[in-house]
Ligand binder design. Structure first.
Ligand SMILES: C[S@@+](CC[C@H](N)C(=O)[O-])C[C@H]1O[C@@H](n2cnc3c(N)ncnc32)[C@H](O)[C@@H]1O
Length: 212
């Protein structure tokens, strides 16, 4: 009971601090632990509505912040919002002209749940794979990536795919996650580069981390 009570308090605290949802604290925890956002980073946030992660990002960087969601994102000062589907192949081309380079891609996107566990899990993994594909197309070498997923079937496939593209990848479950949820974040740092820019990629060992 104590735990559930303290988690409800998280929501009240979020509102008190002016955040649109309790999700803000998940990103703050990730940032506290992994320092994925630096103060001049340009950020693309996938699945960004209602916008609490965007509020946190706006506080952490002086760079450009872009949020994309299927749902309308109520305006936030100095944040560019796009209503659309980030899995659309043309979306990276829509975002590219908005910033000279992209240093961080974050995805807190989750599919609408049907209640059918296996089906929902498969769709969540697919959405995570799409977020990775988006990041591969747009991130600069050395960039960082965070993606929400759910533990279960095929989760190892997703983290394996992330590890192929980043020098480090860890899994992280924020304390502010609801009890009983299988939600988990993959936090990946130092994008190795895509075929187009791999030659300019930074050097280093192909370190992989995390309890998997
Ligand atoms: C948990 S909410 C995100 C909360 C957000 N991080 C915040 O702090 O306010 C998940 C969002 O993912 C969005 N989403 C799911 N699939 C998407 C897609 N293919 N393209 C864009 N947004 C998507 C949903 O519309 C939903 O708003």
């Amino acid at each position: 009971m104590g735990s559930q009570w303290s988690r409800d308090k998280v929501y009240v605290r979020a509102l008190k601090e002016g955040y649109r949802s309790r999700a803000a604290f998940k990103l703050l925890e990730i940032q506290d632990r992994y320092h994925i956002i630096r103060e001049t980073d340009n950020i693309v946030d996938l699945g960004a509505s209602p916008g609490s992660w965007l509020q946190v990002e706006r506080e952490l960087t002086a760079g450009i912040v872009v949020g994309i969601d299927l749902s309308y994102i109520p305006p936030i000062e100095n944040v560019i919002s796009i209503t659309g589907d980030f899995t659309d192949q043309m979306m990276p081309e829509t975002v590219r002209p908005l910033m000279p380079f992209t240093s961080v891609v974050l995805s807190d996107a989750s599919p609408k749940l049907s209640g059918q566990k296996t089906y929902d899990q498969a769709r969540a993994i697919e959405l995570g794979e799409n977020a990775l594909r988006f990041a591969e197309k747009i991130l600069k070498p050395g960039g960082n990536f965070v993606v929400k997923s759910f533990q279960g079937q095929d989760f190892n496939i997703l983290i394996g795919a992330v590890k192929e593209h980043f020098l480090s990848a860890r899994t992280f479950r924020p304390r502010s996650t609801r009890r009983g949820s299988t939600e988990i974040y993959i936090v990946a740092k130092n994008f190795i580069g895509n075929e187009r820019n791999r030659e300019t990629s930074i050097n280093g060992t192909n370190e992989t981390e995390g309890p998997l």
